[in-house]
Design a binder for this molecule. Structure first.
Ligand code: C5P
Length: 404
């Protein structure tokens, strides 16, 4: 097939029309539930809120009513069947913040308020975002309760390490909102990559001239991180190998940090040879590296000539080796040069190439959106401008289709 096979695809928002029951318990992080509610609604999910009485000391029902656009419930008796109807209408429960108290109740089948009773009558998946002082978080009884819930399939997100409301430092800080959204996505996502072992690369590399100076590029790592997270959410065993970025290490995968193209080549080689089924090279690996690296800081001089040599091509060497995985590469071009991307795919023996024109508005470096064309041996699909998360899903959809 050729470019006549090009068709546009609508971006899929995976939380669209999902029905979520948000439980808010009485921790200082309860005010963050407003933001969580808004972000879920930005994703076009429908959110109903159940508050514990204690949580009303930290956030008002009215604020959550406005944020969710639905009536907020907290009494077992105001609407006598709410503990049955609310869970029945929900596809997922999210408890944020989840205090030691509510976790203790959930783990022991106590149903003495609306939220704990909803949990008991709910048969779907539940995500909890624990939030408490680190001493409570480390308490052995609490840990037993938490372990009981997670062993029964409750999905835990966080807590993070950091400054707590009490002024102390330690584990117990509620997970950040994007991480909670991520856990919600995981709970909803397809599990079509459960038997895949996928190595993803992300970010730029740094090629040193001397101990303090390097040549690099504008890659933020966002595309590669989005692919790694989406693959993890779909059940794959993921290794993310990343050059320096400002992004936090994603949970639920092996995370290997590298700096230079050579380090990235070595890390990829090692991971792929240990039995990967796919390699997704989203990293903007430097094509050139200084021929010589000075051991000391180069002194100022009128003019400095730098000689560069080509770095080893990671894709080509993986493709030439034994047990070649399915290889997906990226072709970031300046200009609409789809044909060049297709040639690159053939030359480097890739199975799929994701082309984007970095000069186009909304596409390319350091943005949250991208407009790409997915090219494989059977044809090509031009996608609309969409979030990098949606691009990641579309790439994995095509990979999954081809492998099926
Ligand atoms: O040929 P070009 O560098 O444009 O190809 C881009 C693709 O090749 C990307 O997927 C990138 O990760 C990969 N690459 C590589 N090794 C290099 C440079 C780029 O595998 N040394």
């Amino acid at each position: 097939m050729n470019s006549s096979a090009t068709k546009k695809k609508k971006p899929q928002t995976s939380l669209k029309n999902k029905s979520i029951l948000l439980g808010v318990s009485g921790g200082v992080a309860a005010y963050k539930a407003i933001e969580l509610c808004r972000r879920l609604r930005d994703e076009e999910a429908s959110v109903s809120v159940v508050m514990t009485d204690a949580s009303k000391n930290f956030v008002t029902p009215l604020s959550l009513e406005v944020a969710s656009m639905h009536k907020v419930f907290s009494s077992l008796y105001e609407e006598p069947m709410a503990h049955i109807t609310l869970p029945q209408q929900a596809e997922l429960m999210v408890i944020a913040p989840a205090t030691a108290n509510i976790i203790g109740k959930f783990a022991n089948g106590i149903a003495d308020d609306l939220l704990s009773t909803c949990f008991l009558s709910f048969s779907g998946k539940t995500v909890i975002a624990p939030s408490m002082n680190w001493r409570m978080y480390e308490n052995r009884i609490f840990r037993q309760n938490l372990e009981k819930l997670t062993s029964l399939g409750v999905i835990q997100v966080g807590p993070g390490q950091g400054s707590l409301a009490c002024g102390e430092e330690g584990p117990g800080r509620m997970a950040e909102i994007p991480d909670i959204i991520d856990a919600v996505r995981t709970a909803f996502s397809k599990r079509d990559l459960e038997h895949e072992k996928i190595v993803v690369t992300a970010g730029p590399t740094r090629e040193y001239l001397d101990p303090v100076r390097f040549i690099s590029n504008r890659s933020s790592g966002k595309m590669g991180f989005a692919i790694a997270k989406a693959a993890r959410n779909r059940g794959a065993d993921v290794t993310l190998i990343s050059g320096p970025t400002s992004l936090a290490a994603p949970a639920g995968m092996r995370f290997i940090q590298v700096e230079t193209a050579l380090e990235m080549a070595e890390a990829v080689e090692k991971e792929v040879r240990s039995g990967a089924s796919a390699l997704i090279m989203a990293a903007a690996v430097a094509d050139f590296s200084p021929s010589e690296k000075s051991g000391t800081k180069i002194e100022k001089a009128g003019e400095l000539l730098i000689r560069l040599r080509q770095t080893p091509d990671i894709i080509s060497s993986v493709a030439a080796g034994k047990g070649k995985p399915f290889i997906i590469g990226f072709a970031a071009e300046t200009g609409a040069r789809v044909e060049r991307a297709r040639e690159k795919m053939k030359k480097k023996k890739m199975d799929m190439v994701v082309f984007n024109d970095v000069t186009e508005a909304g596409a390319g470096f350091d943005l949250d959106t991208n407009r790409v064309t997915i090219i494989d041996k059977k044809g090509e699909t031009g996608l609309e401008l969409m979030s990098k998360d949606s691009v990641a899903e579309a790439i994995l959809d095509r990979f999954s289709e081809i492998k099926a």
